[in-house]
Design a protein around this ligand. Sequence first.
Ligand code: HEM
Length: 758
Amino acid sequence: MSSHDESTPPVDAADGSGPTPPSVTPAPGRPGARPPQFDEPTTPTDAPLTSPDQAAAEPRTPTGAVPSADDATTAQQGERLTTSQGARLRDTDHSLRAGARGPVLLQDHHLREKITHFDHERIPERVVHARGAAAHGVFESFGTAASVTCADFLAPGRRTEVFTRFSTVVGSRGSMDTARDTRGFATKFYTDEGTFDLVGNNIPVFFIQDAIKFPDVIHAAKPHPDREIPQAQSAHDTFWDFVSLHTEAQHHTIWFMADRGIPRSFRMMEGFGIHTFRLTNADGETSLVKFHWKPLLGVHSLTWEEAQMIGGTDPDFHRRDLADAIEAGAYPQWELGLQVLPDDPEQMFDGIDLLDPTKIIPEELVPVQRVGRLTLDHNPRNYFAETEQVAFHPGNLVPGIDVTDDPLLQGRLFSYLDTQITRLGGPNFAQLPINRAHAPVNDMLRDGYGQQADHAGVAPYRPNSLDGGCPFTAGADEHAFEDLPVRVAESVRERRNPESFSDHFTQPRMFWASMTDVEKAHIVSAYAFELGRCYETTIRERQLACLAQIDPELCRGVAEALGLPAPKSPDLPDVTPSPALSQVGGTWPVAGRTVGIVVDPEAPDADLAALHEAVVAVSMTPLVIAPVGGTVGGVPVGRTFATGRSVELDAVLLAGAPAPGADAVPALDVKAGAPGAPGTDPRLTLLLEECWRHAKPIGAWGAGRDAATTAGLTEGMPGVHLGEDAFSVLEAVAEQLAQHRVWERFEAPSFSAGGADR
Ligand code: HEM
């Protein structure tokens, strides 16, 4: 018989933590740090899981430093180049060769390490939403949601760290920011009760009602599989082939044919959780809710021509805008809002199926109640480590927030974890720094590629007695996540949508009816452009048949542009417009807007430096534009006529009438070839023409008035502010910019009633 404890009767210690240790030295080989009890332990203890003979690896950061609260310990250490093992190197410019002209030696460990690591620097991009930009921030709860949810981060006064990533859906990682597309709006709340991810979009409805159609819609939207074109665009045959056949996509489609598909900035987008979620309060009462993000800067868009031009001049436009605004201290902010609905057993509201993600609840029917504020105040330090490696998942939920049976959401609950295993190289991506919970983790998940935890104990299974029964599941009063005992309707197993999912056209019609004339005109142009880029007439005709079911004027406008007959509309239902869907008609803060200031280096305006400061003081970004670089009137030139383009600006001020630049040679610079008045740089003429065409406010004073007049801009024209001094003109321009654009400049056709014109 061995000398193991089998001969020792299990006598419980007085504190119940296990049997009394034997009085003789035990033989080596005990499986756990403490001897097991006979019965399954029922009380958690904090007894150590590590035996006295064990030690974890000495804690070091990935770059060899001793960990501390100072995040510099995860950045590279020391001033000298080293190998990944920390050995200093004398030379990284030459391979180790057998003589200066001889072959490279296999023993060159530094060469092999450097090239091997480089060979593996890329990871697969996301299947969708590959192109994105992100920022860190904080969410401050107003406490107003406490009556509907017990989620701790929504309790009064709570501040929670967050990370938000915005993205386009279709394009690959290197595609342009301003493509016409839906934008992702995903926020990770690092709460004390675990991580909550709100993985939404800037459009409140989705293309499909059932996740099983997601591969279909994405295959249709992505580049054609034979030639892999076009990149980051929906203006092609496969996309319109699918959405004109699978008509539940028509509601989402009209949203991104509208100006929402080309946002001015991530900072000026709404966000939506889309699905209906179920909240529980402290008394166990449930409600159904829709999540909304409301940007404090309002919802604004580019014009289509701007979006196309920016795609060429600055494909990183949205990414740059977000980072620059945060760097300048113009922190983007949103308020989180809830539409709260009764948890009706039918999960319907006013005839709208709450499980159908192609439908909205108009805000006029159910107001959005504000429950907290998101402020993005830090840019990531490293794009790859944070923005690329972040992994969102709609199943990351916290107590008080649960999912519903929306079949789109149900499929998403599977998809994200699954895809991230491939994208992030194994099952341990939750341990990557950006994905780490800010709550204690004790998960019994073990091993796998990239394991970074050094787990103690021997019993990552339940029940156990060797680790004292740990970890214990939470008790009823310990605020654990609970799957609510929701009643599942008695039914048969089948592949079928409920009848309430079958109306695909009433809500697109409501969206159309809620637009102002100028927004309607943009929608007509967008459909005309997209369908005009399709090759197959049949596909255009089929989509026109869909538009006929939305609105006859919409259909006619697009058909005329395509040179096709407009199909006759059936009798269409009356709809009540939802003015909240329109982007026109209000005023908003101008923080973070870019104001171009055209200066004359030969005769700088005396107030230039003070004007520059005045623009910064109202959190706008001044961009000084001159024929050449350098400094003018004590202010650095940001763009020359050669490097600048109107589309970077929200408004332009003429602080002088600069003479043409020496490089304004038509044969050498296409931009310089634009016609203009003699004595004016043709690139300035072009800049002003474009600012006019894109309905941007234009201001001028002093000699700048001459430049404006030469360009044909006179007092009384909409959005043209000619004044006596820099500051009064700036004030007038900023006031106009608060409306986003000089809307009167767009000569939109007049559409019939039903619109939300104000
Ligand atoms: C309401 C509908 C949906 C919304 C609002 C939505 C939103 C998003 C967002 C915002 C992202 C990017 C997250 C990030 O920034 O990393 C994303 C990624 C993704 N989505 Fe969705 N999505 C929807 C539907 C679906 C469906 C139905 C599926 C599949 C069944 C799906 C699969 C994916 C996948 C695979 C990724 C890439 C995730 C990764 O690699 O980390 N999505 N989605």
